[in-house]
Design a protein around this ligand. Structure first.
Ligand code: NAD
Length: 510
């Protein structure tokens, strides 16, 4: 597990006014007013009181507000992306992915939320219970705390918030202390679009995050596995439920019958997109021997054509800071010292900014951190394997289990491989695409997470408590088990219940 939180930065640094540096240039990207952890209970209390009216609007009323916010996002896309590039040093191409993803999620949620959140009728489990009408109501958890990472400051800040807001919750968002600026702009947009004050920010690091956990009714956390464990521990003090979307070391398997060109293009994009700072990036590749040389050559060719730099005209940009760069440098340095070869790249980019060359590593194995720890940098370690079984074994040889990809001309064969992989999602002949499939859950196995984001109606219902209401259809037969009945009548009732309950097991057992 990797702990990417900058433990080196003392909490005292997150008080008063903070200056955020552009990782590409070192210049000031903007200023933020850090939240005093002691103020978090008051912020949460404000949300709690605003939430009531928000809940009472009903799903249709809330959908209107979410729709207006979607329009605001599309109208302010350039402003958001400019700030995003300044705050993260991303390329324009990478920055351009975030707002459309949010709009796509909003559009799906707006269309489905009324039905997803409507009370649900449940059938009587036994004929004798047909006298009851059973309904499950989805009631919002008043304040949802969202603790976000820095790698997608727009998408990761809001993609879960959309489901929570749709559900009728208020949201207390704590962005990463490395990227607090875009969240300020998004909150302003929420209010400017006419929405009520049910989205608030708490800006800071660990202490503020702790205060958010202590004051929320549900925690949606996205970040490293090490921090996720701390979040779960703290939330357990008040038995606050958590959903944890954590780190990964996603494998790709390339079979000997794969379209090697397609697999190489996918591996390079999947590994280098956003400078490799994507939870579901391709972090390691296992290639069957017959196509290994061809695959490696195609990957190196593609990687050497990439342009690294912030803003326009580049494929990917800076790493978020020197600490993230140091992890990437260590993984490459240690691998090379242990016998791996960097066929291209292998160094930080000279000059200002925390840029690292896109790097292809071969002759790697599982004794090396580059194959076992989350790198979160623009590296692609590739390992030759003799059989598919070996590829599956190695893919599963990880404490992580976020997602994976399999390339084969035979989709049925690829599916057989997919269901042997221990992870939350597998893309066949593609990478990362499950992230767009918001009707399905996106969640990690093992240390990659607890719970899931998205998943259709589940992506909204997870922010609710379920309340079962049982009403009488008729008073006939009601109270047949109360003490005021004769003991004989109670015994008869028991016999009837057992007989009707046993009808199916008896038939099935025959
Ligand atoms: P991180 O764990 O260092 O920080 C995430 C958030 O947790 C930040 O807001 C941080 O301030 C806060 N935090 C730090 N210490 C805390 C504590 N003790 N208690 C509560 N909160 C605390 O992660 P990061 O470096 O910001 O993000 C990168 C990680 O996020 C990678 O591991 C990546 O794989 C993961 N990630 C996962 C997903 C997913 O969907 N599974 C998506 C994006 C990123």
């Amino acid at each position: 597990m990797t702990a990417t939180t900058p433990d080196v930065t003392p909490e005292a640094a997150f008080s008063g006014i903070g200056t955020i540096a552009n990782p590409a240039t070192g210049a000031e990207a903007g200023q933020v007013h850090w939240t005093d952890p002691a103020d978090v209970p008051t912020i949460a209390a404000g949300l709690r009181s605003a939430q009531r009216e928000w809940e009472q609007r009903g799903a249709k009323g809330r959908a209107k507000a979410l729709a207006r916010f979607a329009v605001w996002l599309s109208e302010h896309r350039d402003e958001i992306e400019d700030l995003l590039i300044k705050e993260t040093g991303k390329s324009a191409a990478d920055a351009a992915q975030e707002v459309p993803l949010l709009i796509m999620i909003l559009s799906y949620v707006i269309k489905t939320m009324d039905k997803a959140l409507a009370p649900e009728r449940r059938p009587a489990p036994l004929p004798i219970l047909a006298i009851k009408k059973i309904t499950v109501h989805y009631r919002p958890r008043p304040v949802v705390g969202i603790i976000a990472p820095w790698n997608y400051p727009v998408a990761n800040a809001l993609m879960d918030a959309i489901g929570a807001l749709a559900a009728g919750c208020a949201v207390l968002l704590k962005p990463s202390e490395r990227t607090p600026l875009t969240a300020e702009l998004l909150r302003r947009g929420w209010l400017d679009s006419g929405a009520p004050d049910v989205l608030a920010l708490a800006q800071g690091a660990r202490e503020v995050a702790g205060a958010v956990i202590d004051n929320a009714d549900y925690i949606q956390f996205t970040g490293s596995s090490a921090t996720g464990a701390k979040v779960a521990e703290r939330a357990a003090r008040r038995l606050t439920p958590v959903s944890l979307e954590l780190g990964g070391k996603d494998p790709m398997i390339v079979c000997e019958d794969a379209d090697v060109e397609l697999a190489a293009h996918a591996a390079v994009w999947g590994a280098m997109f956003n400078a490799g700072q994507t939870c579901v990036s391709v972090e390691r590749v296992y290639v069957l021997e017959p196509v290994y040389d061809q695959f490696v050559a195609a990957v190196v060719r593609d990687v050497q054509a990439l342009h690294v730099g912030a803003g326009d005209g580049n494929h990917f940009g800076a790493l978020i800071d020197e600490q993230q760069l140091a992890i990437t440098e260590r993984h490459v340095r240690e691998a090379v010292a242990a016998g791996a070869r960097a066929l291209t790249g292998g160094q930080r980019v000279d000059g200002p900014g925390s840029f690292y060359q896109p790097t292809v590593l071969v002759d790697v194995d599982h004794s090396m951190a580059c194959m076992t720890e989350e790198t979160f940098g623009p590296t692609l370690p590739i390992m030759k394997v003799a059989t598919v079984d070996e590829a599956i074994r190695l893919a599963n040889d990880s404490p992580y289990g976020l997602s994976a990809s399999v390339f084969s001309a035979d989709v049925k064969r690829a599916k057989d491989i997919a269901v042997q992989l221990d992870c939350g999602a597998v893309n066949i002949n593609d990478v990362i695409s499950n992230l767009m499939c918001t009707t399905a859950p996106m969640g990690g196995w093992k240390t990659s997470g607890i719970g899931a984001r998205f998943g259709g109606a589940d992506g909204m219902r997870k922010f609710c408590r379920q309340e079962t209401v049982v009403e009488p259809r008729t008073n006939v037969g009601a109270g047949g088990n109360y003490y005021h009945n004769s003991l004989k009548a109670l015994a008869r009732m028991n016999r009837v219940m057992t007989r009707t309950a046993l009808a199916r097991p008896r038939r099935t057992a025959k």
